[in-house]
Design a protein around this ligand. Sequence first.
Ligand code: NAD
Length: 376
Amino acid sequence: MLDQTVNPVVEDITAQVSSHPEFSNHMKVFQITDEASGLKARIAIHSLIEGRSLGGCRRWEYESDAAWNADILRLSRGMTRKSAVAGLPLGGAKAAINHGHPTAAMMRAFGRGIAMIETQFGMVYITAEDVGISEALLIEAKKETEHVRGIAPVQKDVELAGGDPGPYTAYGVFTGIKVAVKYRLGKESLKGLGVAVQGLGDVGYSLCEFLHKEGAKLVVADLDGERLQRAVDTFGAMPVMPHEILSMDVDVVAPCAMGGVLDENIRAPIVAGSANNQQKDEINNAESRSLKEKNILYAPDYVINSGGLISVYYEGETKEHVMGIISKQVEMTLDRIFMLSQKEGLDTATLSDQLAENLLQDKVSFETVFMARMVA
Ligand SMILES: NC(=O)c1ccc[n+]([C@@H]2O[C@H](COP(=O)([O-])OP(=O)(O)OC[C@H]3O[C@@H](n4cnc5c(N)ncnc54)[C@H](O)[C@@H]3O)[C@@H](O)[C@H]2O)c1
């Protein structure tokens, strides 16, 4: 029985968003509003595969309508590419709730809105966790729609994948850092190498755990003093100010906070972190190109951060199996992207965008696309 008190309004706002500079053939943009709870959410569906799309939901207080649209348009485009490169049969989408602290009632309305998108528009949007959205909030949304991932399955005698994707994303980033270090610095181990981690949230903190175990020396920054102190106490990390972290003189910088952070101040030979949309000018891959000119190896964001998506897709399978898929997938794709980038003289982001487009158009495997270019 539907709860009649949950009563959001879903609008198709594609036409009004289509003049935004980040709009690039998105299929639909929806707005969900709910007067009773105060929910204001937008969902951008960039592509559908077999009628489905997947992408997390974030919460943020946007300074303008245009900034809100920019975020969902960029993030959803990235999800299409991320799924394609990860070999998953899912279209790309992303949602953002424009609020600092979404409530349970807002999440119920959000979940109902997702169900209405399916019944009214015939499109499946599957939601999951992103910045600021907890598992507890997702559980509220799931009361209204089955299309929610990232809720921990009931554990049996073996540990199952699912729930918070952060640690899985971190594991993929950790694997990617090792691939980049081997490629760019010729080293098999991270022992003694300096890694600067920006953002110590779900992904960043978990990444620090993996790096610390492997013997890396950590430099860290976060806007949240408690999170910063925890990393200092637990890992002996060196704290620096948020504006200093990406220009540190280290071996690797790992942006694990918000997007649009790559700039000319980066000095480390490797950039490899989880943040989505790390470039400011993603359409032209301007930052990726200028990093390549400076011989800085950039691990494209949607390739290195696909571990969370993979864990969500394989939710319910054993954790060990899923961790194996993540490391194999990230290692294989990054390794090939670095190789092709060198062969063709193209920056890594342009190259992965091209590979993703080939995969989407030709519906062949990554290996087929890679080999065709490698022998060309
Ligand atoms: N969670 C996932 O599985 C996942 C998957 C793929 C990509 N990502 C991306 O990775 C990034 C981090 O995700 P998360 O889930 O860890 O988010 P989170 O909200 O848990 O953590 C983000 C952290 O960054 C800090 N922060 C924000 N601005 C900062 C700044 N200027 N300097 C230093 N610290 C700053 C915040 O205080 C917070 O501690 C995001 O860009 C997200 O889109 C996350």
